[in-house]
Design a protein around this ligand. Structure first.
Ligand code: KIV
Ligand code: ZN
Length: 559
């Protein structure tokens, strides 16, 4: 290892690198995280950001799952599919749709993705004896037949076909070579090896990848891919072992979100390959400076906060608390830092930003944080908010700016608008809140309520005006930075009280009540709580409007 004056770098990096295809499944497997449901506009925005980040393949959803899922994938294919701006590869993202191994699913997925200039069908069927026996109730022969039929059918519609043997991590490796050889013959161009239940260890997963590539006839004609779940906390290690043993595509999600313990996280794989290049014969086209921005957006829209010690994107990932570390950092940052914060879109000059900072300096700062495409109006909006925060806080850090951007931009359509909140509370009085809102017709309405505490009083006052019965299922307050003057970020979840909104859990097929998340930030946590509640209510109402529009469109189509 040596230092190049910037970061600690590894020497003896192989000169010729192969491309590592980044397949992002935040909008499909990630969205299967409990309570992470996104509406169409949010999916579109995330897809646009994934394109800016440099993702090669975006799995936009599971079109057969619901009319809403279909419409989201179709619009992503149409609106994000053609984009090339800011992409190192110069090529648009491939938009993929997931389909079980049957014609109905494949037809639906194809209808949704076909408008994208580059599109892919991803079909899957379980191959482990556990799944064949208990879930699918078919034998191995039946499994091979179904794979041949499904892949051939997908190929008859689309050149780019990916096949995944679900639960490959617990499947018989020899049987897998039989299934995969047939998938290749039927036209698959990518073979993805899922460790669906996060069961394998890095040695096993690396071995499996190597064994399959060496023993599957026709292996050299396809791209091999990893898809690891994190049940044992090994998803990143397993994925990297797969890459070291021949995989050239990795399936990942932003912040590692996904079913149960989640999927392999995009940022961990990209930064591992970037920071330790001598260990990997591959490189990706990801613009690493967009990582932080993408992480914040996904966290805001899904309502899943990032744990502070999360590798790469956690709020402590670049913090140095211990005195001995701070001392080392002052002498030379390479003592305790293996990556530079600016590589992922964090800057170091945060300390100089205060209420006297001008618009120009602020814009330059935002650009260094990866926000280089804001319109003049958007810039003014963030700048105004920044000034208001800077009036209350001496120093505005990158984390504060990220929180401001999240609060201003990553919000649903504002059907109801919060104008103001006044609260009186304490240990000797009943908490009382007065709230003023603007209704969907533009009229201002004010009401008041008493609650068990200030947040309860605010929520009750809002409920009196908006009148959408719901249950608060989660309430999280986080300080964005240390210090008594820190911005507080509130994330909440609500469910409709009448159980009116349902969604299908794709794994179990069961109907579950929908959950809506909301978030808000302010130096006053009661105001942040009110903003978060309005955000969740507006998300619920937007979703109802979208559903009604989809139903209307469907009935017009069917006459
Ligand atoms: O985990 C899994 O097996 C999947 C497949 C659909 C690829 O998500
Ligand atoms: Zn998965």
């Amino acid at each position: 290892m040596s230092t190049d004056g910037d970061v600690a770098v590894d020497v003896d990096v192989p000169v010729k690198k192969e491309k590592l295809i980044i397949f992002d499944t935040t909008l499909r497997d990630g969205e299967q995280s409990p309570g992470a449901t996104l509406n169409i506009e949010e999916k579109l925005e995330i897809a646009r950001q994934l394109s800016r980040l440099g993702v090669d393949v975006c799995e936009a959803g599971f079109p057969i799952a619901s009319p809403g899922d279909f419409e989201a994938v179709r619009r992503i294919a149409q609106e994000v599919g053609p984009l090339t701006e800011g992409r190192k590869s110069g090529q648009p993202m491939v938009i993929a749709g997931l389909a079980r191994a049957n014609e109905l699913d494949i037809d639906r997925a194809y209808e949704a993705v076909k408008v994208a200039p580059r599109h892919r069908l991803h079909t899957f069927l379980a191959t482990s004896d556990i799944h064949l026996k208990h879930k699918l109730k078919i034998d191995r022969e039946g499994c091979v037949d179904q794979v041949i039929k499904a892949v051939s059918y997908a190929k008859s519609k689309c050149d780019d076909v990916e096949f995944s043997p679900e639960d490959a991590g617990r499947s018989d490796p020899e049987f897998l070579t039989v299934v995969l050889a047939e998938a290749i013959k039927a036209g698959a161009t990518t073979l993805n090896i899922p460790d669906t239940v996060g069961y394998t260890t890095p040695e096993e997963f690396g071995w499996l990848m190597k064994y399959l590539i060496e023993n599957t006839p026709g292996a050299e004609n396809v791209v091999w891919s990893t898809h690891c779940h994190n049940d044992l906390g090994l998803a990143t290690a397993n994925t990297l072992a797969g890459v070291q043993n021949g995989a050239r595509q990795v399936e990942v999600t932003i912040n590692g979100i996904g079913e149960r313990a989640g999927n392999t996280s995009l940022e961990e794989i990209v930064m591992a390959v970037h920071t330790r290049p001598q260990n990997f014969a591959v490189e990706s086209d990801i613009d690493t400076t967009q990582i932080m921005r993408t992480s914040r957006m996904v966290s805001a829209y899904t309502g899943i906060p990032v744990q502070p010690n999360k590798a790469i994107v956690g709020s402590n990932a670049f913090a140095h608390e211990a005195g001995i570390h701070q001392d080392g950092m002052l002498k030379h940052h390479t003592t305790y830092e293996i990556m530079r914060p600016e590589t992922i879109g964090l800057t170091e000059s945060a300390l100089v930003l205060g209420k006297h900072s001008g618009r120009h300096a602020f814009r330059r700062h935002l650009e260094a944080m990866g926000y280089d495409d804001l319109s003049k109006e958007e810039l003014n909006q963030v700048f105004d908010r920044f000034k208001r925060v800077a009036d209350k806080k001496k120093v505005v850090s990158d984390a504060d700016i990220e929180a401001i951007i999240t609060d201003e931009f990553y919000q649903p359509k504002e059907i109801w608008k919060l104008n103001g909140v006044t609260v009186s509370c304490g240990d000797k009085v009943k908490a009382t809140a007065t709230v003023s809102l603007t209704d969907p017709n533009g009229d201002e309405i004010t009401d008041a309520a008493i609650g068990t505490g200030p947040v309860d009083a605010v929520y009750k006052a809002i409920n009196r005006i908006v009148n959408v019965p719901n249950i608060l299922t989660e309430f999280i307050v986080q300080a964005v930075t240390e210090g008594i003057d820190a911005l507080g970020e509130v994330t909440i979840r609500i469910q409709p009280e009448n159980g009116e909104d349902y969604e299908t859990n794709l794994q179990t097929g069961q109907q579950v009540i929908r959950t809506y998340s909301g978030h808000g930030a302010s130096t006053d946590i009661i105001v942040a709580s009110a903003r978060a509640y309005m955000s969740a209510l507006n998300k619920m109402l937007t979703e109802r409007q979208e559903q009604a529009a989809t139903v209307r469109q469907k009935s017009t189509e069917t006459g």
